[in-house]
Design a protein around this ligand. Structure first.
Ligand code: 5AD
Ligand code: SF4
Length: 459
């Protein structure tokens, strides 16, 4: 393997794609490529794509489309479309990007190495969207790299299950990521142990519906997996995403309460506050069951921080339905939300539903929702002023804060996250990346908190 070349990966989309890109980078490295952040220097450019909304898909096509000119100048440059859009489009991708060399679907990642060898020997226009059983177990066993794909040295994502069997009517995931399959708990624990040995302090377990981890395989449950992971020495914090409200069990609520390393934050996508829309979305729960589960959670874990996903403008969403969603935000008081205008995906059933909402109206509703949420984000952040939060130090803060400039001349300002997933800035000269440090919160801003390490406040 005396080949030497540079590889550049552009990752669009969710945390799972970040994890997948790390795996693709491992394979590239084992086939003689060195990773670069300089796209112009690259001999192979990979775009790891997302199909969840139209905009993300367009981003992928426009990124890859730009290489038409460059490929005329440098015919040896290799371009790869990987991931969800690749899986969805297959051969059709060439119609829009004729200069693509490899279309690598989500199910074909474990065969990336073989395709790289074919590409190196001159083969072009390869399409692989064939199914495969367990994608990651079939990947080459590589030592975990010290610095994450995104440059992060203390926190990593790890995919514990693939695919989805829920078939929400708006969602493309079951069609581009296949059936739900869980990885073995021993493979997961081994991977996390290897990350911990490399200094990783925080891990986020990923799946489309982690609550059903291991159910099909009749293995250990998700809460049991959390416990096993918590035994890994060196790991200080465990996060996970995403939970499906219909499967949020009491056992999981207790695991959040009882396992110290499991963070007091839950992302529980509600999607809509209207029972009519939830039914049309095929979500499998009602507004009332969602609220009941959240209340049980709040009761067991009073300082839990909550986030959610919401779709506005789903076909046939009336003003009354939209209002039900607004009222739900008022009732639950989430710490933060991710809100999206419904985007038609041709492979998902809702694309054929009648009463589609106009784009302008979707945007209007989205803005109203985000404005309303600002009130609660602010309220939840302000409630933390005066409290002590344990922060995992991520690095030096890029932004200087008003309070900081006034009160402590030129002391280094650091940043990290609380277990409740809030960004916290604080002055400190002597803490290191990866330290857990107790911060007394002095100020709350819309997207961050600011405070002093306990005992370190300057008068
Ligand atoms: N349109 C808009 N948002 C969508 N999501 C999934 N599919 C669509 C779609 N077709 C959102 C959901 C999901 C998040 C990851 O993306 O809120 O929870
Ligand atoms: Fe999509 Fe629903 Fe599966 Fe989430 S649970 S990935 S929204 S089908």
């Amino acid at each position: 393997m005396n080949y030497k070349g540079y590889a550049y990966i552009n990752t669009i989309g969710c945390q799972m794609n970040v994890y997948d890109s790390e795996k693709l980078a491992d394979i590239l490295k084992s086939h003689g490529f060195e990773m670069t952040h300089d796209m112009d220097k690259a001999d192979i450019v990979v775009c790891n794509t997302c199909a969840i909304r139209h905009k993300a898909e367009e981003k992928a096509f426009s990124f890859l489309g730009k290489f038409a000119k460059e490929k005329k100048k440098r015919p040896d440059l290799i371009t790869v479309m990987a991931g969800c859009v690749a899986q969805q489009e297959g051969e059709k991708a060439f119609a829009r990007v004729p200069h693509l060399d490899l279309v690598l679907g989500t199910q074909a990642f474990s065969r990336f190495g073989q395709h790289l060898e074919d590409l190196k020997s001159g083969k072009r226009q390869i399409v692989d969207i064939e199914d495969s059983d367990m994608i990651f177990e079939a990947m080459p066993d590589m030592p975990a790299s010290e610095i994450g794909f995104d440059g992060n040295k203390i926190s990593r994502f790890i995919t514990i299950m693939q695919g989805c069997d829920n078939y929400c009517t708006y969602c493309v995931v079951p069609y581009v990521r296949g059936r739900e399959r869980s990885r073995s708990h021993s493979a997961i624990v081994d991977e996390i142990t290897s990350l911990a040995n490399n200094g990783i302090r925080e891990i986020t377990l990923l799946g489309q519906n982690v609550n059903s981890y291991g159910v099909k395989e009749k293995g250990i449950s998700f809460p049991q997996l959390l416990e096993r992971v918590s035994w890994v020495e060196g790991i200080a914090r465990i996060r996970f995403a995403t939970s499906h409200p219909k499967d949020l069990s009491l056992e999981l609520i207790h695991a959040i309460r009882d396992i110290d390393k499991v963070c007091n934050h839950l992302h529980l996508p509600v999607q809509s506050g209207s029972n009519k829309i939830l039914k049309k979305m095929n979500r499998g729960y009602t507004r009332q069951t969602y609220i009941t589960r959240i209340n049980a959670l709040k009761k067991a874990c009073p300082d839990i921080s909550l986030s959610t996903d919401i779709i506005v403008g789903f076909p046939s969403e009336s003003l009354e339905d939209f209002n039900d969603t607004m009222e739900l935000l008022k009732e639950i008081e989430f710490d933060s939300i991710f809100a999206f205008a419904y985007s038609d995906r041709s492979s998902a059933p809702a694309a054929k539903f009648s009463d589609q909402i106009e784009e302008r109206e979707k945007k209007r509703r989205l803005n109203l929702l985000l404005q309303l949420q600002d009130v609660y984000t602010d309220k939840r952040n302000k409630a933390l002023v005066g409290k002590n939060l344990e922060v995992l130090v991520e690095g030096e803060s890029l932004k200087l804060h008003d309070g900081f400039i006034k009160t402590s001349d030129r002391m280094k300002q650091m940043t990290g996250r609380s277990a409740s997933n809030k960004i916290v800035h604080f002055p400190s000269e002597n803490c290191a990346v990866g330290d857990l440090i107790s911060i007394q919160i002095k100020n709350a801003y819309p997207h961050s908190l600011w405070g002093y390490p306990i005992g370190a406040e300057k008068k």
